[in-house]
Design a protein around this ligand. Structure first.
Ligand code: ZN
Length: 131
């Protein structure tokens, strides 16, 4: 499934970011999903649940998916604003030569987690940390 490979990338990005910030446990993740990104929010939620299961960093974290509308810039008059997905017309001159500047991407907006109080990673006994 498409969403699973997307989510795998998101999770590895979260792992890298959390390691940099010294975060040992992520509690919630907020993602923005462009309406033209071809990713289906409920499928992303399922993928997140499945892939975060058993992951000491992410297990039990909540995922919030926010849909993001399409923003275009007109090549004719430089108007910039939201438009209907799949129609993609300039809101000012009605021209169809627009450049999509938002709405195709899938991004992590923010996440919340806990840092280890004493700077040590909490591990469950002999669990192998992997990468
Ligand atoms: Zn225009």
């Amino acid at each position: 499934m498409h969403e699973f490979s997307l989510m795998r990338e998101v999770l590895s990005m979260l792992h890298r970011s959390a390691a940099e910030e010294g975060i040992s446990r992520i509690e919630s993740v907020c993602m923005k999903v462009g309406v033209m990104s071809c990713a289906f929010a409920p499928a992303l939620e399922t993928a997140f649940e499945v892939l975060s299961g058993g992951d000491p960093l992410l297990e039990g974290a909540r995922l919030q998916v926010l849909e993001q509308g399409v923003v275009v810039r007109c090549r004719q008059c430089w108007w910039e604003g939201e438009t209907e997905p799949y129609e993609l017309l300039c809101g000012q001159c009605g021209g169809g030569e627009v450049h999509v500047i938002r709405g195709e991407a899938l991004t992590v907006d923010s996440y919340e987690g806990r840092k280890c109080p004493d700077g040590h990673r909490q591990t469950d006994g002999e669990r192998d940390e992997g990468q």
